[in-house]
Write a protein that binds this ligand. Structure first.
Ligand SMILES: Nc1nc2c(c(=O)[nH]1)N[C@H]1C(S)=C(S)[C@@H](COP(=O)(O)OP(=O)(O)OC[C@H]3O[C@@H](n4cnc5c(=O)[nH]c(N)nc54)[C@H](O)[C@@H]3O)O[C@H]1N2
Ligand SMILES: Nc1nc2c(c(=O)[nH]1)N[C@H]1C(S)=C(S)[C@@H](COP(=O)(O)OP(=O)(O)OC[C@H]3O[C@@H](n4cnc5c(=O)[nH]c(N)nc54)[C@H](O)[C@@H]3O)O[C@H]1N2
Ligand code: SF4
Ligand SMILES: [Mo]
Length: 722
């Protein structure tokens, strides 16, 4: 059957009289079906967006153009559906405002006035500038900065630039913008390893979604939780505001932001008081429980905990009782939970709670966090650490604004950006923009759309959509490795990240076979170099044919069945290695460390992702913006509006970093004193070109040195109904 809307059929792109539909059979084989008057080919690809689900996608292609995107029904986690963002991705791949040619700046920085140039001119210009900045004796390599993140999660195109910039001796990038805080808290207790398989969620009988807005950020977990629910599980959600996930759950624990450590310790206090911890599990599988129990728990009685967290004692007691009654309690812990000054401690405390409950003893129980750690591929053939001649300085991604405006010796004079939009997504936005405005900074941006970062570029290069490239994909939500072959031809003069980096390297005079490998060759080399047991059964030919292959991680077991990934092999309530690193041996809540000027900036600002954007991606699209109410908004509690302004009025949020104007949504979905601004809107789509990251800082988390996007202080001012 033809699945195309008739309008598309009538456009008459193709005149073939036979139509074929290639559908994927079991095991990735393709099947042909007669459909209609047009040739429609269905090809398999993988979503490259920075999302845990790493969906396997079937794209319907007509004459090289995408006409439909569907979830692969055979992928065990994609299960035949896609999120709303990618479900109509043909609008993105066929968008008329895509960047299709290399361009050179002809206006002032930030004006987005460019003229078209050839690829040859572009490569000559960029490589010439690289040589100039590096200096005659090549001693100034650290003036060069490569800035990239998760625009594409495909290994090859995401990481290929590392090799070239290492060879140039550039400043190195510490990619701390996303998960470092949560990761540090998680590994402190359970160590390295995923633990609970997402496909085991249905075996849990009590699920706590803690600081994770999965109905938005990990939609393929939702049906798995629904299965558990049909089997009788309850779902509790711990979050400061009523997000989509709270609306989907059975109970909501509305916690004050940044107090999760106290909340988890308070619940554990109740469990210990009522003798409901799993003594046998604690004895056999953990270390240091007594220290936590004796030195920390006594301070977190229900009343103390309630006054810190804002969670009523009755809720606390009930939560503890429900957890204790569960056979296999599961904690889905968010990455976002880690993004505050206490973020790592919060995650650490939740992992301790899971340990004391013996949650890991049963299949489906434990902490579900991030499966990325199971993909231990050896990326040396791609990233070429051997090309790093000396250890150059390092920049935290969150410091971009500071580095561009303050660093000397040497200052950053050449910035290469791909797969990221820091003018929108990095903290200290005013500083980032001031840096990008510098006349003595040469900026190259390889992009799909005219983002705020691209607007400031000296050279803009056209980048592909994911179906237009081949690449290898891991997932940070499930355990399947996938290779996507190129499904669509690249429009205009679009080139892949790898193409551009290889062309630049050759023009710079580097001669190494690396500069001629294609994606499949890199995959071959990476797999050949990898000897981790998780990849033992990965068959290269099947992978390159496009089959979805599960890592060799045992099924049907409880998490960390043999040993935990910690140095002791046990779940660590007490961590010797953290003590050696000068950190507290047991987790504790030390009060709010970031409350410097409570009178001046009395409100706390949380800035989580929007449902219809992927970080700042999709903000180019009118449709996606319309789904997000057309403009940036913030949720403010009626008590804070206090009659000074009404729902729908404009407000201004201010702090020491700047000010941002947004539309107020006055609602009891948030707490008094807590303002929530969903979505990293492009500054150019925000009032006065000030995006929300004007207000966020480069402050780092307690452990791990992660970002703190959900921990900001602001003042609030009404601007009336403008
Ligand atoms: N649709 C969509 N999906 C996405 C993304 C996107 O932009 N859009 N981004 C992707 C990326 S890169 C990432 S890293 C993940 C992030 O996805 P998540 O891990 O879900 O992280 P966030 O959505 O940032 O935050 C989750 C929740 O934590 C809450 N929170 C904030 N502070 C606290 C606190 O102190 N305590 C508690 N208990 N909760 C708190 C927020 O209110 C929010 O509801 O999502 C990925 N998926
Ligand atoms: N206030 C606030 N800020 C945040 C967050 C938050 O919760 N609140 N979340 C933070 C988090 S968790 C993250 S991970 C970061 C992410 O921040 P970014 O890494 O900046 O992610 P995106 O905004 O999605 O931008 C990715 C860009 O890559 C481009 N791109 C896509 N594919 C390709 C390709 O193949 N080649 C090239 N050259 N470009 C490509 C896209 O067009 C897009 O503009 O944002 C952080 N910023
Ligand atoms: S953004 Fe996430 S849910 Fe949506 S298609 Fe991509 S991987 Fe799947
Ligand atoms: Mo992220």
């Amino acid at each position: 059957m033809c699945h195309l809307p008739s309008s598309r059929m009538q456009r008459g792109f193709f005149v073939h009289s036979i139509a074929i539909r290639l559908t994927e059979g079991k095991n990735g084989s393709l099947r042909e079906t007669l459909v209609a008057d047009n040739i429609v080919t269905t090809l398999k690809t993988v979503c490259s967006h920075d999302c845990p689900d790493a969906c396997s996608i079937l794209v319907d292609v007509e004459g090289g153009r995408a006409v439909g995107f569907r979830g692969d029904p055979h992928h065990p986690v994609t299960r035949g559906f896609l999120c709303g963002k990618v479900g109509s991705y043909e609008e993105v791949t066929n968008a008329t405002d895509r960047i299709l040619h290399p361009m050179r700046r002809i206006g002032a920085k930030g004006d987005a006035r460019f003229e078209r140039i050839t690829w040859d001119e572009a490569i000559e210009l960029v490589s010439g500038k690289l040589k100039e900045v590096r200096g005659a004796d090549q001693a100034e390599g650290e003036s060069i900065l490569l800035y990239y993140y998760g625009g594409t999660m495909g290994y090859v195109h995401r990481f290929c630039a590392e090799a070239l910039f290492r060879r140039l001796g550039a400043t190195r990038l510490r990619q701390n913008i996303c998960y470092y805080g949560a990761d540090a808290g998680y590994t402190a207790v359970v160590g390295d390893g995923y633990g609970v398989d997402i496909e085991d969620v249905e075996h849990s009988d009590f699920i706590t979604v803690w600081g994770a807005n999965i109905a938005t950020t990990q939609v393929h977990l939702v049906p798995l939780i629904d299965t558990a629910r049909r089997n009788g599980a309850s779902v509790w959600v711990v979050d400061p505001y009523r997000n989509r996930t709270v609306r989907m759950g059975d109970s909501w624990v509305q916690v004050r932001p940044g107090t999760d450590t106290a909340l988890a310790l308070g619940v554990l206090h109740v469990l210990e008081r009522d003798d409901l911890v799993d003594r046998e599990f604690i004895e056999r599988r953990t270390v240091g429980y007594d220290r936590l129990r004796d030195t920390v728990l006594p301070r977190f009685g229900p009343n103390e905990t309630a006054s810190i967290t804002g969670v009523p004692t009755a809720t606390l007691e009930n939560f503890a009782a429900q957890l204790a009654a569960a056979r296999a309690p599961l904690f889905k812990v968010g990455i976002g939970l880690g993004r505050n000054s206490h973020g790592a401690a919060g995650v650490r405390a939740i992992c301790c709670l899971a340990g004391a409950l013996g949650a890991y003893a049963e299949r489906g129980g434990g902490v579900l966090y991030d499966s990325g750690c199971e993909f231990k591929l050896d990326l040396a053939p791609l990233k070429r650490p051997d090309w790093q001649q000396k250890r150059t300085r390092e920049m935290n991604m969150t410091d971009l604004g500071i580095a561009l405006t303050e660093w000397s010796d040497p200052p950053i004079r050449f910035l290469y950006v791909h797969g990221s939009n820091p003018a929108a997504t990095a903290p200290l936005q005013n500083r980032c923009v001031a840096g990008l405005e510098r006349e003595d900074l040469f900026t190259v941006v390889h992009e799909r759309f005219m983002t705020d970062t691209a607007r400031f570029a000296d050279v803009v290069l056209p980048a592909p959509m994911f179906p237009e490239v081949a690449d290898l994909y891991k997932s940070y939500g499930h355990l399947y490795l996938q290779f996507a072959r190129q499904a669509l031809s690249r429009p205009g003069e679009v080139r892949s990240n790898l193409d551009v980096i290889q062309s630049l390297g050759k023009r710079l005079g580097f001669a190494d076979p690396w500069f001629d490998h294609d994606e499949a060759e890199f995959v071959r080399q990476i797999l050949a170099a990898t000897d981790h047991e998780n990849f033992r059964d990965i068959d290269l030919d099947r992978l390159l044919r496009g089959e979805t292959l599960r890592l060799n991680v045992p099924r049907a077991r409880s998490g960390f069945a043999e040993r935990f990934g910690t140095p002791s092999g046990k779940l660590e309530f007490y961590s010797e290695s953290l003590v050696r690193a000068g950190q507290p041996g047991v987790v504790d809540y030390f009060g709010d460390p970031f409350n410097e000027e409570p009178d001046r900036y009395p409100f706390r600002l949380i800035t989580p992702p929007a449902h219809d954007f992927l970080n700042s991606s999709f903000c180019h699209s009118k449709r996606s913006r319309a789904k997000e109410s057309g403009e940036p908004r913030c949720l403010i509690h009626p008590e804070d509006a206090d009659g000074r302004f009404r729902d729908g009025d404009m407000v201004e949020l201010t702090n020491e970093h700047g000010h941002v104007r947004l539309r107020a949504l006055v609602t009891d979905a948030t707490l008094p004193g807590v303002i929530v601004a969903e979505g990293t809107w492009w500054p150019s789509r925000s009032v006065d070109r000030k995006g929300i990251n004007v207000l966020t800082s480069a402050r780092l988390t307690d452990l791990g040195g992660g970002s703190t996007f959900h921990d900001n202080r602001v003042a609030l001012r009404s601007l009336g109904d403008s």
